[in-house]
Design a protein around this ligand. Structure first.
Ligand code: GSH
Length: 235
């Protein structure tokens, strides 16, 4: 069977990618041991959905981390969620929606809608683009993301409201993890990839964020991030 080629946005601060969706896919590939090659893309435009990550496999291009993971589970016959009950599968989906459809947008707001983070963003998320095109593209990219933030809804809230929204999500994740090693017990599942990739992309990166101290305030989440990195990203 052909090797999977996974395209992700650039990394930084010890993370393979500063995009949570790209990092989630990378973590899933490591968790399942699927043979793959990780390729850094400077922009998401090469993907079939105009977003990163995407993969190429057996002549096909597939976009969207969740659709890619569904494809990989089917094609390679691997599923770290195989032991979950139907109720746990429901909880896994609810956690994914919380992280990817809500908390993600608070992270996006921190990065793209906070003046002090603009230079950090230019040097990281946009850092792979050569200097001259980056100077031209950066304001357009920013305008596009601010439009997405309004369209999704998060961009209509004040900074204080967004911080409070994100805090409720983080507190809920900490309560669900409780004293366990992984979200569904003794073995890691896809949910752990989902949560790790977003939280590490807030906690571990150089962007200022009111969400960082909230994560730091939950010792179980901090231990979870360390546990995940030690297992799947050993030094
Ligand atoms: N639902 C998608 C979301 C992917 C996504 O939003 N990726 C961001 C990077 S974190 C992106 O490529 N954004 C570029 C854009 O929206 O123009 C997935 O799970 O892959």
């Amino acid at each position: 069977m052909d090797k999977v080629v996974a395209y992700h946005l650039p990394g930084g601060w010890g993370l393979v990618s500063v995009s949570p969706f790209c990092l989630k896919l990378d973590a899933f590939l490591r968790m399942t041991g699927i043979p793959h090659e990780a390729v850094t893309a400077t922009t998401p435009f090469g993907g079939p959905k105009g977003k990163a990550p995407w993969i190429e496999h057996e002549g096909r291009k597939i976009g969207d981390s969740t659709l890619i993971i569904l494809y990989l589970k089917e094609r390679f016959g691997v599923d770290p969620d195989a032991c979950l009950t139907q109720a746990q599968r429901g909880q896994a989906l609810a956690i994914q929606r919380l992280v990817e459809e809500n908390l993600y947008w608070a992270m996006v707001n921190d990065r793209w809608n906070t003046a002090e983070n603009w230079p950090v963003l230019k040097g990281s998320v946009l850092g792979g683009i050569p200097a001259i095109p980056r100077t031209i593209m950066a304001p357009f990219a920013r305008r596009g993301v601010l439009k997405q933030l309004k369209g999704q809804g998060m961009g209509h809230h004040s900074p204080e409201e967004i911080a409070a929204i994100a805090k409720r999500d983080i507190d809920a994740l900490a309560a669900m993890l409780d004293g366990q090693d992984w979200f569904f017990g003794d073995e890691p599942t896809e949910t752990d990839c989902v949560v790790y990739s977003l939280l590490a992309n807030v906690y571990q990166v150089g962007f200022a964020s009111p969400i960082k101290p909230v994560i730091a305030g939950h010792a179980n989440l901090v231990s979870f991030l360390e546990r995940f990195a030690a297992r799947f990203y050993p030094a």
